[in-house]
Design a protein around this ligand. Structure first.
Ligand code: PLP
Length: 386
């Protein structure tokens, strides 16, 4: 039976606590970066066990100022993955460095460490692995490659809160790690992000996030020389507001419960879909704890009479919203034209892009919604199997 109301692919779960906290901020007289942003940074730092945390208005901002804080710029090469959102690669362009994309592993769809090794040159200054869908990248071989050479690792953890690699939270290491709090993410502040790193890097990044000023407005607010600041560099406007932090504080305190719900939904999907040869369910390697930001289902086109695009349309006709993560970055016109890429350049990425779709996965889903998604997917498979 087709469900009555459309089920959107993604919906944030905002409770009365978040709403009350935002109202409290609106009435407090302080809306911009202030005491709540500082508290959110401290609580986030403690949650993932990071050396320090800097709250920002996006993950993109975090990746950008991480590159700048490490002095990466024109003439440098940065290795990353094409199986990501364009922001990961755009920031490399922003600092005038050259993005060097390498193909992904067929199971996790994360950057393939052996291909990273093949792509290293004397100009390589950094690697940006992306914890795709929330499954941690195999970081040990990447750190092994970079340890001797002074190459930095900047993790794109937009999907990876909370995730663990070999028992450690993503974000608990000294290298820069950027998280996203965009509306669809596991923790949302509407728009927002967090950069974790050691204090040395954060002390360089913090002024860059607010015009290059020596002290932000909150730091100056109760001082006798409250009006005085110095601009030490031409920084950006990347700071988080206390309105955003109001959401973040409560979202963080509810994260564990939300993750338990995500996992339950994943288990229900896996149970239903692993029985169908036409489908391939996502992996979770034994050494990781997946953040389950996305549930990426792959169809086996040789076993079905329809492709991925039609599969999405069939689900839409059954009132189930889905998405695709991602249109590989190298296929976008800007990158295709600038670097002359063709479809075949990243065969693992391309093949998997053509057969993937992301199903709704968020703690707002009711058991009935999950059952509807399963019923619709199974029905489409059984209508079109060979
Ligand atoms: C893998 C990845 N990296 C970076 C970003 C950018 O995050 P933000 O929108 O917080 O800048 C996203 C956003 O969806 C993403 O999926």
């Amino acid at each position: 039976m087709i469900r009555q109301a459309f089920l959107p692919f993604s919906q944030p779960l905002i409770g009365p606590e978040e709403i009350d906290e935002v109202v409290d901020t609106l009435q407090s007289g302080w809306l911009a970066t202030g005491p709540k942003t500082r508290r959110f940074e401290d609580e986030f730092r403690d949650y993932v066990g990071a050396p320090g945390a800097l709250a920002l208005n996006s993950c993109t901002a975090g990746l950008h100022i991480a590159l700048l804080s490490l002095g990466i710029g024109a003439g440098d090469e940065v290795i990353t993955t094409p199986m990501t959102f364009a922001a990961t690669v755009n920031v490399i362009e922003h600092v005038l460095a050259r993005p060097v994309m390498v193909d992904v592993e067929p199971d996790t769809l994360n950057i393939d460490p052996t291909r990273v090794e093949e792509a290293l040159t004397l100009r390589t200054r950094a690697i940006i692995p992306v914890h795709y869908a929330g499954h941690p990248v195999d970081l040990d071989p990447i750190h092994e490659l970079t340890r001797q050479s002074g190459i930095s690792v900047i993790e794109d953890a937009a999907h990876a809160l909370p995730a663990r690699y070999r028992g450690r939270f993503i974000g608990s290491t000294t290298n820069p790690v950027a998280f996203s709090f965009y509306a669809s993410k596991n923790l949302t502040t509407g728009e927002g992000g967090m950069l974790t790193a050691d204090l040395d890097i954060l002390n360089r990044a913090r002024p860059m996030s607010c015009h290059g000023m020596s002290r932000d407005a909150w730091q100056r607010s109760d001082k006798s020389d409250y009006w005085y600041y110095e601009v030490k560099l031409p920084g950006f406007k990347y700071n988080m507001s206390d309105i955003q932090a109001s959401l973040g504080l409560w979202q963080l305190s509810k994260l564990q419960k939300a993750q338990r719900r995500r996992r339950k939904i994943v288990e229900a999907y896996n149970r239903a879909f692993s029985e169908l040869e036409e489908l391939e369910i996502p992996v979770e390697r034994p050494e990781v704890e997946h953040a389950w930001h996305l549930y990426v289902l792959r169809i086996r086109p040789q076993r079905l009479r329809i492709g991925r695009d039609q599969f999405i349309k069939e689900l839409l006709a059954r009132n189930i919203g889905t998405s695709v993560h991602f249109i590989p970055v190298y296929l976008h016109p800007y990158y295709r034209k600038k670097y002359g890429y063709s479809k075949e350049d990243f065969p693992v990425t391309y093949k998997n892009y053509q057969r993937m779709l992301s199903l709704p996965l968020n703690p707002r889903l009711e058991d009935r919604d999950v059952a509807d998604v399963i019923e619709a997917v199974v029905e489409v498979v059984k209508t079109y199997w060979r």
